[in-house]
Design a protein around this ligand. Structure first.
Ligand code: OFO
Length: 173
């Protein structure tokens, strides 16, 4: 496997693992603040990020490279409010998208079209995740600080899990 591509894939493995930890931390915060719908949404999201990481690990090893299990930094664990949680999520996803785009770029520079093809799944995934985070933030902006609205929002988050699960069905690992 091309060494530059391998290094970029390993870097992405770390990013996906960090995303999983970050959303797990958000889930724990939401659960301990009585926001069970949001907590379940974040637990599911955290599992998905772990799946994204595993998919990369397997790809690297199957193509003759070596996937490295990264050391991770402790994610933030205190959040002022729900809006900040989702703003942080969106900001984080924008960073991950930039990293995926960089990976695409490296594949093209190194003429690694197989990896380029593999990475397209992540390109679409990032598009969906950013769109979802923006939709959620729009809702939170409408609700403002109304506690009844917040209650309904949390209940909606539970229902939105169905949508997320459907949109993340793997087209064949
Ligand atoms: Fe892995 O999809 Fe977001 O970060």
């Amino acid at each position: 496997m091309n060494k530059r591509v391998e290094a970029a894939l390993n870097d992405q493995i770390k990013k996906e693992a960090s995303s999983s930890q970050y959303y797990l931390s958000m889930a724990s915060w939401a659960e301990s603040n009585g926001l069970n719908g949001t907590a379940n949404f974040m637990y599911t999201h955290s599992d998905e990020e772990r799946f994204h990481m595993l998919k990369l690990v397997k790809f690297v090893n199957e193509r003759g490279g070596r996937a490295e299990v990264p050391q991770l930094e402790k994610p933030p664990h205190e959040f002022k409010n729900l809006k900040i949680v989702f703003e942080s999520l969106l900001e984080h996803e924008i960073g991950v998208t930039a990293s995926i785009n960089n990976l695409v770029d490296i594949c093209l520079q190194e003429k690694d079209y197989t990896t380029h093809n593999f990475v397209q799944w992540y390109v679409s995934e990032q598009l969906e995740e950013e769109a979802l985070a923006r939709t959620i933030l729009d809702k939170l902006n409408l609700i403002g600080t109304d506690s009844g609205g917040m209650y309904m929002f949390d209940r909606d988050m539970e229902n939105s899990l169905i949508q997320v699960n459907n949109s993340n069905e793997d087209p064949g690992q």
